[in-house]
Design a protein around this ligand. Sequence first.
Ligand code: G4P
Length: 525
Amino acid sequence: MGLKQEIQKRKTFAIVSHPDAGKTTLTEKFLLFGGAIQVAGAVKSNKIKKTATSDFMEIEKQRGISVATSVMGFEYRDFKVNILDTPGHQDFAEDTFRTLTAADSAIVVIDAAKGVEPQTKKLVEVLRMRDTPIIVFVNKLDRPGKDPFDLMDEIEETLDIKVRPLSWPIGMGNDFKGVYDIYSQKLKLFSPHEKATEENSLVFDNLDHPDLQEGIPEPIQTLKDDLELVEGVYPEFKHEDYQNADITPVFFGSALNNFGVHEILDCFLDIAPNPMGSTAEERQVKPEEEKFTGFVFKIHANLDPNHRDRIAFVRVNSGIFQRNKFYHHTRLNKQIRFSSPTAFMASKKSVIDEAYPGDIVGLHDTGTFKIGDTLTEGEQIHFKGMPSFSPELFKYIENADPMKSKQLHKGIDQLMDEGVAQLFTGKESGRKIIGTVGQLQFEVIEYRLLHEYGAKCRYDNINLYKTCWITSDNQEKLEEFKERKSRNMAIDKHGRDVFLAESPFALQMAQEKFPEIEFHFTSEF
Ligand code: G4P
């Protein structure tokens, strides 16, 4: 099969949700359809459960589980599907954001009773920044939930997206009778008195079928009225609107009961984009280009603290990646080859000889990679689109063991390369500030510095509200700002200027007083 056909076969998407909405259950059902797993329960939940904060081994164990399930591939209907799972735990949000950059589209799972939850909102914001096409799955219809029209309004308002239902439920909870698949115009009913499954459900092509009219006339009439309203209220579904991320198709179902899952998967395979072009700083790279290019979007440390090796997750952007072939590491300007690259099928890892655009390859890494690194066949290009977000929590990090200062610096450097947190260095004080999106990360850093690098750290509190990257077309004004605010200036790990705002008020004042300065809250500007 040629490169073009391999690209046509591939669908690489991220699955995201607030914890407990049903992401793991839905993923598992997809894998079951693909025959990648045989029994339910084979995929371990990727969520880091709330543990006692001192129980680090538990965190480590769960971190390990999330490596195994963070990329899962399966084959279904002639397609090779790659699912990128994203940890739902909010303390790992930065890691999740980065994973989204390796996906061509996304499925967002929402709990019908809870509606749009905070973590979903944040993730969708990132997806929208990148114009990633989204499909929404409203889950847990077997339980009482919000009215579907209200849910549509809530999704549109809180996520700031335009929706177009492509399926519609009949009832919910105890009254849940089934789902009408608007996309393929079929009604699937649950058999009454039995636990609903895909196998025992009845399918109708025609809503006027006599069995329906005799069996459940009222719910069918309600469905017909609802469908009329749906057609009247929401725009017509157009493939290009979805692919341009202008419209978000919505499906309803119950992942646990396997209901509505085939419908969303089949439609997804029909409409979701294949691997698309990627933007490098130097030029646009097309997947069908013969030469291999790829980038590191995630680095995961080994579970065994005695081995400081890691797995770098590389997304293939163009050409064919081959085992044992020398590739060019553009940041280090160095040739490297990989003797045992791995791919992830279901939750199993296996060594592969080749990978194609859209595929994710796991490379054994002994400290060669940083998030965002690019591999090519020699061309000096750098892929864009690995944004860092302004962290939310900050602490000074200090050396607590003067004999181990070298180890501490090495440890901090490597953990930052992995993207565990962000590091800023105060311009005047020279003090190092760690910025994270969750409290847990401070604990993980302290634990890993000690166990993997033999270094001891101590945190000091810092009064800091936000860090923002600053730029200006007016160099003079920029210098003046940096001079005036020198006590509040820092540099990030790439040497870029960062303003440390102590409060929302301080930020607002700075913005008002220096209109020529642009304040950026993500590093992608
Ligand atoms: P997550 O990955 O998004 O965090 O969610 P996960 O799939 O782990 O699902 C969270 C809980 O919701 C699980 O129950 C799961 O069984 C349940 N669930 C998922 N889909 C449905 C559905 O369609 N209907 C209903 N009623 N429940 C659903 P749990 O009790 O937390 O875990 P478990 O003991 O069942 O594994």
